[in-house]
Design a binder for this molecule. Structure first.
Ligand code: NDP
Length: 453
């Protein structure tokens, strides 16, 4: 036990911070956490959790239509009530906030409400207290970033979009990353006229090209209006809405603009600059494999260190960090390869491993197996929605190095495939696996025809 007030002081009670605090406490450390906003961080409050709930709400739109082909007659056209969804969401998140509070409490972690500032290598100031700790963990996450253009203050970010006073009749998402495609799909599903404006030629840069193209076709077919090679030049308030002028000369009148143009480390007021803690070129905090910053008693993890900005990554980092600093068996460094991810646009994208383009670069000789088909459900529903599945195989070793899907519940499905890809299984292993019939998932073990090399 150290002479400090605490063994670990965590700044930020988001996914990574809470996990680190609880597991360190379970390992016998004396731990305190400071949080100035909400327990659970971005994911619980203004990210993954409310987004998934809203995505469920939006999927009902298709479900009501699909039901007719199966014999269901809806007595009248379904009506969506935004306030019910929003308020039910608020209730659920309040419940989750309380659970987070109880988890910390039962782990014996002291929770302090306030924004902590690091004053030296072992001291923080928060809520009028000066506290010392052997280690200080910066887990403050990220914050939405909006580019500078006239009228930027008229746009909302993912911090506000869930709580709009009314459902926007016309909605515009700016950006081509996860948040923009997810919200363009959500508002389209909820019945808004939905636009997505992206500066490049095709959204979801970094994902497999074919996945991106397929998603473009599917989202457009569902009614999302896609504007590529365009950016927002300005937003003006006009009677009855917002006038958005685009750089391509187009102008659109909408009721809400969501700026989904990336996130930056939320370091304001944390005091790292005064300690000259080294940052990466993009402003994220530089850490080594032990999550130590350039001041070794100050640690950092999660969105604030860059890398994949995903809750399960922050959780895994927290477990590694605690084992390294408070456990007796230091683990191997965190392995960032083959982290599966899902984009909850409609239809969903699920992906693990390398894209076709990355694999071609890395392995040279590859085999691609792909199929796209109309899922069985839509033979009766009348929906035109299709599903894409794709495996990328390193030719020499036969190892499956990438698996991709666009289709219903792709996130649910790809999680299982991710185990196989992470384990380094071969295409022969996939082929030897007996499928489950009738599912869409069985395509992953029945694709035999080589699509291309
Ligand atoms: P992303 O970094 O994914 O995407 C940002 C988008 O904004 C890119 O398309 C980028 O374009 C564009 N952009 C950047 N600067 C400008 C600019 N000046 N003008 C116009 N467009 C610009 O950020 P998001 O905000 O979508 O999401 C943040 C992160 O949160 C994600 O990266 C992801 O890690 C995480 N997240 C994960 C989810 C999930 O797991 N399902 C869901 C939501 C978020 P370009 O590509 O050309 O650089």
């Amino acid at each position: 036990m150290s002479d400090f007030d605490y063994d670990l002081f965590v700044i930020g009670a988001g996914s990574g911070g809470v996990r680190a605090a609880r597991t360190a406490a379970a390992a016998g450390a004396r731990v305190a956490v400071a949080e100035d906003r909400y327990l659970g961080g971005t994911c619980v409050n203004v990210g993954c959790v409310p987004k998934k709930l809203y995505s469920y709400a939006a999927h009902f739109h298709d479900a009501f239509q699909d039901a007719r082909g199966f014999g269901w007659r809806l007595p009248e056209a379904p009506v969506f009530d935004w306030a019910t969804l929003r308020d039910n969401k608020v209730r659920e998140i309040t419940r989750l906030n309380e659970i987070y509070g109880r988890l910390l409490d039962s782990a014996g972690v002291r929770l302090i409400h306030g924004r902590a500032r690091v004053v030296d290598a072992h001291r923080v100031e928060v809520a009028g207290e000066s506290i010392t700790a052997a280690k200080i963990l910066v887990a403050v996450g990220g914050w939405p970033w909006v580019p500078d253009f006239p009228g930027r203050e008229l746009a909302v970010t993912s911090n506000e979009v869930f709580d709009l006073a009314q459902l926007p009749r016309r909605f515009l998402a700016l950006g081509g990353g996860y948040i923009a495609v997810e919200f363009a799909s959500i508002f389209n599903g909820l019945g808004s006229e939905s636009h997505l404006v992206y500066r490049g030629e095709l959204f979801l840069r970094g994902f497999d090209r074919e996945v991106r193209e397929f998603t473009r076709e599917q989202m457009a077919a569902k009614g999302v209006r896609l504007h590529f090679e365009a950016n927002v030049e300005r937003i003006d308030k006009v009677e009855g809405g917002l006038l958005v002028t685009l750089t391509n000369g187009e102008s659109l009148e909408v009721d809400a603009v969501l700026a989904a143009t990336g996130r930056r480390p939320h370091l304001e007021g944390v005091g790292l600059d005064a300690l000259d803690i080294e940052l990466n070129g993009d402003g994220t905090v530089k850490v080594n494999e032990r999550f130590e910053t350039s001041v070794p008693s100050i640690l950092a993890l999660g969105d604030v260190i860059g890398g994949p900005e995903l809750t399960p990554v922050a959780l895994a980092e927290a477990m590694h960090l605690v084992q390294q600093h408070f456990g007796d068996a230091p683990p191997a460094p965190m392995d960032y390869r083959n982290i599966a991810t899902a984009v909850f646009c409609h239809p969903n994208i699920g992906t693990v491993g390398l894209s076709e383009e990355q694999a071609r670069k890395q392995y040279g000789a590859i085999r691609v197996y792909r199929t796209d088909f109309r899922p069985m459900k839509h033979t009766l529903s009348g929906s035109e929605e299709r599903c894409l599945m794709k495996l990328i195989v390193a030719d020499d070793s036969d190892v499956v190095v990438g698996a991709h899907m666009v289709g219903e519940e792709a996130g649910e499905l790809i999680q299982g495939v991710a185990i196989a890809v992470r384990a380094g299984l071969t295409k022969a292993d996939f082929d030897a696996t007996v499928g489950i019939h009738p599912t869409g998932a069985e395509e992953f073990v029945t694709m035999r025809t080589l699509s291309r090399r």
